[in-house]
Every structure is written in C-alpha cells, then in structure tokens.
Design a protein around this ligand. Structure first.
Ligand code: ACM
Length: 544
C-alpha cells in the first residue's frame, strides 16, 4: 500500500513538473525546476521596495475573490513559506521586466521596477489551480520576462452603451491580468456624453440621455422607446483612475472633436454652425419623443452636425479639457478627430469666411486648423494629443500621435513622417466585429477570428526599418453599439484580448498558434473561474 501511495505521489509530482504551465502572454524564458510549492493561508507575502505593495494587494484581492483567503503581508523576510515581492534593476530599459522563481520553499518575484513586480504576480496567478481550494500547489520554475511593446492598450466606448463603475473596474482588471498597460476610455459620443464637467452641467443633465434607442442593426427596425443614459461623476472618474494606477495602467480619456458631437450640441446648441436647425437622422431611423431642436442621437452611424470652429467652441473645449486634465494625469489626451463630415462646414458662411481668413485650402485644412489649435492648447498644459488617423488629412499637428484604425495605412504614413503611432487597424483589432462566420448575436458586422488577432504584427512590413521605432504598440477597440451589457462586452473581448496580449508582450519569434491554442485550454478554465463570458465557439470548425 505504502509503495503504491509513493508511486502515486511520484506520478503526481512528475505530472506537475512535466506540464509547462499555460502562461499567456508567453514569457521570454521559462525553465521547469524540480518539485513544487504550496500556497496556503499560512504563506506570507514579504514586500521590499517602493510600489511593490500594489502587487501584494492585487495578489491578495485575487486570492480572496477566487479562493476565499488572503495572506499576511509583512516587511520582514521569512525563511520559508513566503512569497517575496522585491525590486532589482535589470540591464536595459524595458518597463515591466521581472524575474520569477518558484522553489520548494517559496516564491521570489523581482521586478526591474514595481511595474515588473506586478507583472511577475500576474504570471504567478496563472500558475494557480483553476478550482477554488485552500492549498494551491504550483510547480517550481524560473521565468525571465519582459514586454515587447511599450503601449499595450484596450479601448472601451461608453458612449453608445454606458457601463457601471464596477464593470469599468472589472475591465481594468482584465487589462492588468493580461499584462497590458493602457485603458483608452471613449467618453463622449453622438449617443451620450459620459463625464461630468462642472462648468457645463447640461453636458450630463441633457447630453447623457437619449429618449430611445433603435432596435436591431442600424438604422433599425423600430425604437425601444426607453430613456437611456448615465454618466461618471468626477469623483467616480478619480476612483477609476486611481484603481487603474494601482494596477500600473494609464487611463487615456477621449473627448471627441470635431465630429461625433451630437450629445454636446444637444446640451449647448451654440456649439453647432447651425444652432437653430433641428437634429437630423436617417429617414429609416425610428425616432422616439421630441424631435424639435437639438437631440441626443438614438441610432448609430455618423452625423453631420459637428462642432463649429468658432471662438465659443474653442473656449468651451478648453474649459472642458481644463477639467479633464485635472482628472487624468496621463501625458496623452485623445481628441478623436475621426469621421467628421464636412457638409455643415461647407454650407456655413462663418466656416467659409474662416477658411479664407486663415488662408486654408478647404474643409480638411479647417479640420487640421481645429486639431492644431487644440494641440497647442494641450501642449501648453504639458500634455500630448492622440487622434484617429483622419488627423493626417489636411496636415498633422506637429506633435500628434496617430491611432491608425482604417487599416495600417495611416500608421505607416504617420511613422514615415516621424510621428508616434498606435496601431488599431480595424482588420485585426476591432473587437466589435463578429468572431464567427455565422454569428450567434447581433454585431456590427465583419469577421475577425481569434487566430487572425493572434497573427497580427503591429510593425507594418511596409515601414522602413528606421521608422519602426515610432510604432509604440497596439490596442483593440471595443465599440459598443451592439454591446448592451457587460457580459456582451466580455463575450466580444474573450478570447481575442488574450490573443492580443501575446502579440503585444511576447517576443515575435515565440509566437506559435498551435502552442497558444493548447495554452488556451487552461485559459478558458480561468475565464470560468472569473465567471466571465467568452466566446466558447472560437475554434468551432462549423463557424470558421
Ligand atoms: C473609429 O472607429 N471611428 C475610430
């Protein structure tokens, strides 16, 4: 009997050693060692170094949430049964490098800085079993790891649909768990203005609500006739920015201009070139409620009523941005710049006169003038702008970073012009696109499989070698027209976000689809542990 037990224990330990853990994104170097270590409620976390307590907090919150216990945190080194979170400068300057060592007596995570220690904890979490237990056996191993790209982002549109603070925090946790570092928060849209601005209370009193929403695919088959909306107070924004910062995530706010401005115009009609004209919408959109004057849009798409480039508008935007930069410490402020129809500017005597006065060629030049004025204002406050790739039209603002979304073209052009670029091409990273050929829920369209996301290479092949340094990284965009609930958002981002995390973090040479697919088996169990929706049919051949 004893012998059989021994053989069984040997087999179990052999199994634990032989199985390389399914860490995503794949670390730069991973070596399995002999034996294993048990994390139990008696294990201690020992911290040394500025900022590592954030990693301890995240680890403890995760253990509490998914395994039902927390560990003591101490600053005194323990000989054994401890998880040591420390710092040691590494060669090179990649932000977020770490070393993780698991032996029979404990765990040691050493970050190049506190960000690195935090990422080391993320890898540790992926060693844990995916069922709730009080003894968490993890294999002995050694990892050296560091990120490939400096910018690893996720965007969330809260304009089309509004998500509660708790879900925004959950979304930020997902970013952290994937070793990503930027949350691009798309806060203003035609269908809703979502951030409290004290100087302009009507932005949220009026602009945060629409009287109804179309049913089905735009332009819709009817209207749900239900008032819809919501916004984040400045206190909530501060709470979210702090929550992100505790996870080494920068929040970049987006205040859209000059297009996608219907909600702001509904609140302050003087922002339009035609303040007295009623809001227009496609004839096929079934409208509900008041249709006089300026209204928050009820359908999706693009609308012609955009900000007029008047002194009133510039003062308004400067005042709004003054409050925004108080709330967001990020260097970057996203100012939108996409999908701005020029028809109102074409028929506005004021705009035409301004074009003449400023010696501009056309309305595209006028948009460039608009963006450059805003850039100058923000640069004067020590901030930099990011804009969608339309800001290339009419000439780039001198210091602007470009977000390339209409494929890779804009990114290539901007990098050629020696501007920083964040790649978000719709063909690879638009997570509002369908995941399966035969979709099982309403989506905007498109067809973007997890395998295609995994195969994405952020540095465009067409870019000359000397310009590749301008590609800071990439980001997936989550436009929410067809995502009414948090669970739909989760369904659309998983597992595609998991694939993107590896594209952004891991060495290019280590990318290997069959190996990733294998590691995904464990990852789907983690989704289940997190009680997260995901597209479980992502490999279903019938849907390919
Ligand atoms: C965009 O998708 N309109 C940036």
């Amino acid at each position: 009997m004893k012998q059989r037990l021994f053989a069984f224990a040997f087999l179990v330990s052999f199994y634990l050693q032989a199985q390389e853990p399914a860490i995503i994104p794949k670390p730069s170097r991973l070596e399995m060692l002999d034996g294993n270590f048990s994390i139990t409620p008696a294990t201690q976390i020992v911290t040394a170094g500025a900022g590592v307590e954030k990693a301890a907090m995240f680890l403890n919150d995760y253990l509490q949430k998914f395994y039902g216990f927390r560990l003591n945190v101490s600053k005194t080194a323990a000989a054994k049964n401890s998880i040591a979170l420390t710092l040691a400068k590494k060669a090179g300057d990649v932000d977020g490098a770490y070393h993780l060592l698991v032996t029979r007596t404990g765990v040691q995570i050493t970050g190049d800085n506190a960000t690195g220690t935090f990422y080391g904890v993320q890898s540790l979490l992926q060693l844990l079993p995916v069922e709730k237990k009080r003894e968490l056996i993890i294999p002995a191993l050694e990892i050296d790891d560091q990120p490939r790209f400096a910018y690893r982002g996720m965007h969330l549109d809260v304009g089309r649909h509004f998500y509660p603070v708790d879900f925004v925090k959950k979304f930020i946790d997902y970013i952290a768990l994937h070793k990503m570092n930027t949350f691009h928060w798309h806060l203003t849209e035609d269908q809703g203005w979502r951030i409290e601005i004290k100087k302009y209370p009507k932005l949220t009193q009026v602009g945060a609500y629409r009287n109804g929403t179309i049913i089905g695919h735009h332009p819709g088959t009817g209207n749900d006739q239900t008032k819809y909306g919501g916004y984040y107070t400045q206190e909530q924004v501060k709470e979210i920015v702090k929550y992100a910062s505790d996870r080494f995530i920068t929040v970049i706010p987006e205040i859209e201009m000059p297009g996608h401005a219907s909600a702001a115009i509904a609140a302050y009609p003087e922002l339009s070139a035609f303040p007295d004209e009623a809001t227009k919408h496609p004839a096929k959109v079934t409208w509900f409620g008041d249709s006089t004057g300026k209204q928050v849009q009820q359908g999706w798409g693009i609308y012609p009523d955009v900000f007029a480039p008047t002194e009133y508008t510039f003062k308004f935007l400067e005042n709004v941005l003054d409050e925004v930069i108080q709330l967001f410490p990020s260097t970057y402020i996203h100012i939108g710049g996409d999908e701005c129809p020029k028809e109102n500017w074409k028929r506005s005597a004021f705009c035409q006169q301004l074009i003449k006065e400023k010696g501009l060629k056309d309305e595209h030049d006028l948009q460039s003038y608009f963006i450059q004025r805003i850039e100058k204002y923000l640069n004067g406050k020590g901030r930099q702008i990011i804009g969608w790739d339309e800001i290339l039209e009419g000439g780039l603002a001198p210091n602007a970073t470009v977000m390339s979304w209409r494929g890779e073209k804009g990114g290539i052009e901007a990098a050629r012009q020696k501007h920083n670029v964040i790649m978000t091409p719709n063909s690879y990273v638009y997570f509002d696109y369908g995941q399966n050929k035969k979709e099982d829920s309403l989506v905007i369209g498109g067809y973007l499989t997890v395998q295609k996301v995994y195969g994405y290479e952020p540095v465009p092949a067409a870019l000359p070698a000397e310009n590749t340094k301008y590609i800071l990284g990439a980001q997936a965009n989550v436009w929410s027209e067809y995502m009414k609930t948090p669970s739909k958002v989760e369904y659309m981002i998983f597992p595609r976000m998991t694939a993107l995390s590896e594209v952004l973090w891991s060495r290019k040479e280590s990318r290997n689809w069959p190996d990733f697919e294998k590691r995904m088996e464990q990852q789907t169990k983690r989704y289940a542990l997190w009680n997260t929706s995901y597209n479980s049919k992502y490999l279903d051949p019938l849907n390919k």
